[in-house]
Design a protein around this ligand. Structure first.
Ligand code: DI6
Ligand code: FE
Length: 391
């Protein structure tokens, strides 16, 4: 197996407490994995050398919550919101998610793939090596299958596919949400049998699904051995977090209206708090997630783009690091952990997220002196090179 020594670099390993900085560092890659890392003076011999010219090396970024597969956009809805309509009002009026569902159903698989690939390419250009991609704009078996297949066909990053059939009520099921949930529960084994599903998500909200309906989706996932996660307490406190925690959820996401009980439930179940500053910002939300309580309770916090056409049309993970700090007051270290170590945990992937011997060689070379600069700048992309699986 070929061995390459990446030297003349500063490493931010994010292993253990703090940044895990190694000043004059080097990293040995063997095949797809990190074989060794440490001070350059101690580096083992390798047949290939790569001079990093003083770059900062961090783990590759992991965007653990995105809705990349859809057609159309909602710029008109953005305008309506600025003129005074609320996100909920637009959703109840048949706009919102439902309008993206109509555009997505009208698009071909190849069109959806081209759109999603272009979005993923933008994430990759800022250092993303692993991404989670949700369905949820199809809302029929055929269309959800197409969206998940598109997720599987994306190139350039490892993709974890999540079935979010319970995102909104499909137009065929108006006034019959329980029947729709029954349908979603029947789709799951079919989609899983086709190898299209890594996890199951739902939107538990007064404009989404109730905790009772969400539970049915989780029970269906559990029967299939699929991990669950939840869009929880984004617009109101539905206590979806406690429900998700009782199913050992990988993550609960958004959490602006999370209660103290919800925080404790997450701490007990080891569920990751997925913070989505893009949606907070774009909805001009003022209710902050209870960051200090999460921190005190030791709940791991992750940060993601939540890229979607309605509430977070951003394609900049670096901007999300900055907003996690400015909007949510995470420290730059917490923000970067949120898109590396804790994002890996939120996806149940133990083989990445830090620079440690034995883990995957997914890392980024940045034009930066110190890792805090990744959260400090906004609108600047200091990525020099991205390495995925050693290449
Ligand atoms: N919460 C969100 O912020 C996105 N989905 C969800 O459940 C928004 C999706 C959209 O408006 O298209
Ligand atoms: Fe989302």
């Amino acid at each position: 197996m070929s061995r390459t020594l990446w030297h003349n670099a500063r490493l931010a390993t994010l292993d253990g407490e703090g940044w895990g900085l190694i000043e004059d560092g080097a990293l040995l890659v063997e095949g797809e994995h990190i074989a060794w890392l440490g001070e350059a003076a101690q580096a083992p011999r390798a047949e290939h050398q790569h001079d990093c010219a003083g770059a900062l090396i961090t783990p590759g970024l992991i965007d653990a919550h995105t809705h990349l597969v859809y057609a159309g956009n909602r710029s008109r809805e953005f305008e309506l919101r600025l003129l005074g309509a609320s996100y909920e009002q637009i959703a109840r009026g048949g706009g919102g998610i439902r309008s993206t569902v109509a555009a997505t159903r009208a698009a071909s698989e190849e069109e959806l793939l081209a759109l999603a690939q272009a979005r993923l390419d933008a994430l990759i250009a800022e250092g993303v090596t692993t991404v989670e991609v949700k369905s949820g704009y199809g809302l029929s078996l055929e269309s959800e299958r197409t969206c998940l297949r598109v997720a599987r066909r994306l190139q350039g990053a490892q993709v974890q596919a999540t079935c979010l059939g319970a995102h909104a009520l499909a137009p065929e099921f108006v006034d019959r949400p329980d029947d729709y949930i029954g349908a979603v529960c029947e789709w799951l084994p079919l989609l899983q049998a086709e190898g299209l599903v890594d996890a199951v998500d739902a939107f538990c909200e007064n404009i989404g699904f109730t905790p009772v309906q969400t539970r049915r989706v989780f029970e269906a996932a559990q029967r299939l051995g699929l991990p669950v996660k939840l869009h929880a307490e984004q617009l109101s406190d539905q206590q979806g977090t406690q429900l998700a925690a009782s199913f050992g959820a990988l993550s609960c996401d958004h959490l602006e209206h999370l209660s103290a009980e919800g925080v404790q439930a997450m701490a007990a179940s080891g569920t990751v708090a997925m913070l989505l500053p893009g949606a907070y910002y774009f909805l001009r939300e003022t209710q902050l997630p209870p960051i200090e309580q999460l921190r005190q309770a030791g709940v791991p916090m992750a940060v993601a783009t939540d890229h979607n056409p309605g509430t977070s049309p951003t394609l900049s993970p670096l901007l999300m690091l900055n907003m996690a700090c400015t909007c949510f007051r995470l420290t730059p270290e917490e923000a970067l952990r949120g898109m590396t170590v804790n994002a890996a945990r939120a996806l149940g992937l133990a083989d990445r997220g830090r620079l440690v011997a034995g883990l995957r060689a997914d890392f980024c070379l940045w034009d930066a002196q110190h890792p805090s600069e990744l959260a400090y700048y906004f609108g600047r992309n200091p990525l020099r090179q991205r390495v995925r699986g050693g290449l």
